[in-house]
Design a binder for this molecule. Structure first.
Ligand SMILES: [Zn+2]
Ligand SMILES: [Zn+2]
Length: 301
């Protein structure tokens, strides 16, 4: 197979686009997809300070790598979940990555916060992926706001977005659907959130990371085994395999044709008086979810 752009031997086949590229042309294609996402969705400008939520995996480190390469002012934020045999390896990759590029890295240590994930799961019996997501979201939002970043960027890819969209559509989760999209506007004490890799698949990101020698952590979280979000990913990939191009069409179609109708389902915005008295995080409850969780863990001893 020949590269569609230059005619040389192709190395990466993209069935969804009915095309194939050599290494150099694939890099160009990939960067163009990211730039297009940033521009079309009005994500950020070169002057804005960006905080990239990094896990140590291929998606977030590729995103950080590209933003730095494109000259953006991008710092990293890593939440050390303290999951044994997992978090320490991920942290090491992130620290090395930042060191090599002389980039600013912020680390939140959940042990110091009193809520390491394994302890929370053990004491509360809560579903690990749900609680982990809630804790990470809290620190991403809080640090981005407190340290005056303009933008919070995450490495969500097309597979993440479409599998979540499918799951939410199957249950008509209107309040979740309204929040789906590559850009979430800022709200009270919450900075704007963006997903610059939303047009790219997991496969494309893995290929890009490999070609660019991005040293990421490929380990899987021991808690995620059999998680439902992974099953939805599997189903959407099965559809994509039979009908190449469906994933991108599905997502773009949602953004263009359905999202505009979802405004009535938007939640009420919190006002200035509605913040957690302990940590200042916006909440409608007397204490925010994380401060409540901390209290619960303390009581359990
Ligand atoms: Zn080429
Ligand atoms: Zn709080």
């Amino acid at each position: 197979m020949k590269c569609r752009r230059c005619g040389k031997q192709a190395e990466i086949e993209l069935r969804s686009h009915h095309t194939a590229f050599c290494r150099d042309c694939f890099k160009l294609y990939f960067l163009r997809q990211v730039k297009r996402a940033i521009k079309e969705q009005h994500m950020f400008s070169p002057r804005e300070r960006i905080l990239v939520a990094v896990s140590g995996g291929k998606d977030s480190l590729t995103l950080w790598h590209i933003l730095l390469e494109l000259g953006y002012n991008a710092s990293g934020l890593f939440v050390d979940l303290k999951i044994g045999g997992f978090s320490e390896h991920a942290r090491e990759k992130v620290e090395k990555f930042a060191q090599k590029r002389d980039a600013k890295l912020i680390i939140v240590d959940l042990e110091k916060e009193g809520i390491p994930i394994p302890k929370v799961v053990k004491k509360t019996g809560k579903e690990p992926c749900a609680i982990c997501g809630q804790v990470k979201r809290y620190f991403f939002n809080r640090i981005a706001y407190e340290q005056k970043f303009h933008i919070l960027a995450t490495g969500h890819n097309l597979d993440d977005e479409t599998s979540r969209l499918l799951a939410n559509l199957l249950r008509w989760q209107m309040s979740y659907l309204v929040d789906q999209g590559p850009v979430l506007p800022p709200a009270y004490r919450l900075v704007k959130k963006v997903k610059p890799l939303y047009r790219l698949t997991e496969y494309e990101i893995a290929a890009y990371a490999f070609i660019n020698n991005i040293d990421y952590f490929a380990g899987k979280c021991p808690f995620s085994k059999g998680a439902t979000f992974l099953r939805y990913k599997h189903y959407i990939n099965q559809i994509e395999y039979e009908f190449p191009g469906t994933k991108l069409d599905f997502y773009q179609g949602f953004l263009k044709k359905m999202k505009p109708f979802l405004t009535p389902f938007q939640r009420e915005e919190t006002t200035s008086s509605q913040v957690c008295p302990r940590c200042g995080y916006p909440t409608l409850a007397p204490l925010c979810g994380i401060c409540r969780l901390k209290e619960e863990i303390e009581k359990a001893g």
